[in-house]
Design a protein around this ligand. Sequence first.
Ligand code: UDP
Ligand code: MG
Length: 317
Amino acid sequence: MPSLTVVVPAYNEAAVLETFHDRLGRVLDELPLDGNVLYVDDGSSDATWPIIEGLMARDARTGAIRLSRNFGKEAALTAGLDHVDADAAVVIDADLQDPPELIPSLVEQWRAGFDVVYATRTARAGETGFKRLTAALFYRSMERLSDTRVPRDTGDFRLLSRRALEALRQLRERQRFMKGLFTWIGYRQTAVYYLREPRQAGNTKWNYWRLLNLAIEGITSFSTVPLRLATWVGVLSSLLAFLYGLWVFGKAMLLGDPVHGYPSLMVVILFLGGVQLLALGVIGEYLGRNYAESKQRPLYFIDQEHPPRVRPERGHR
Ligand code: UDP
Ligand code: MG
């Protein structure tokens, strides 16, 4: 029987974890697969870890990794996926916004030959209009700026085949925009549609500041258009400055020049200063990425690791 590991990053999810595990367990029971679960406790400060320990004691299919501190969802996901040894892996949020009941549909597409099956939401229940607007804006700019097509309205909820997983594991970059990386590896990818529910309990860990940073990360990780933009603006403005300079010079030669050039001088200085700052900012953005990359730090550290007591090969229903 093929095996499947469900990777669940959890950061302070004590309020939902039990419910989540029950629902997921019921789904796994029904699947004609050797299913198990791998929780990644991303340095939670609430009762998440004791709850996971309880789940492990109760359900032999449960494994867990505890990171040494909060590394963020992208690193937690990477840690989980690095420890999967199964024919396929499913990535799912612990807060029940991604319904575990959709997993059979993902599996179905995988059995039909797809390597990456992502879940795309058709509606965003429980999210404000502003959140929806900013999300739409992000996907649109990502589509225009980058060659990597990040599918719209798609989170990290997806299934990866073994070879997709192995490809993903080779991407060790530090700035990890997972949605982009999932797409970048290629292979046969398809979508399954579902209705995204509001979070069951607890609070979202994303505020607008973190989301904005994620968006910048996504764009700069997969696009060099901002760099080129700075070049274009620079070229255009120096061209304009040159033409303006010619005009000022010609005027001074033909008509002479009493000292009234102060305003135009200021305008030029301010304008060029602004353009230079903009270019410097963009260069700084990429320099920062180079810096982070050159440090070659490990992506995470594990505090404790507990593989499921039932190994997939042995076949547990
Ligand atoms: N998460 C994590 N580390 C973090 C933040 C979040 O592992 O630093 C997990 C969290 O427990 C949940 C998933 O990532 O399972 C998605 O988080 P959240 O629901 O806060 O994000 P949203 O659904 O609002 O995008
Ligand atoms: Mg959520």
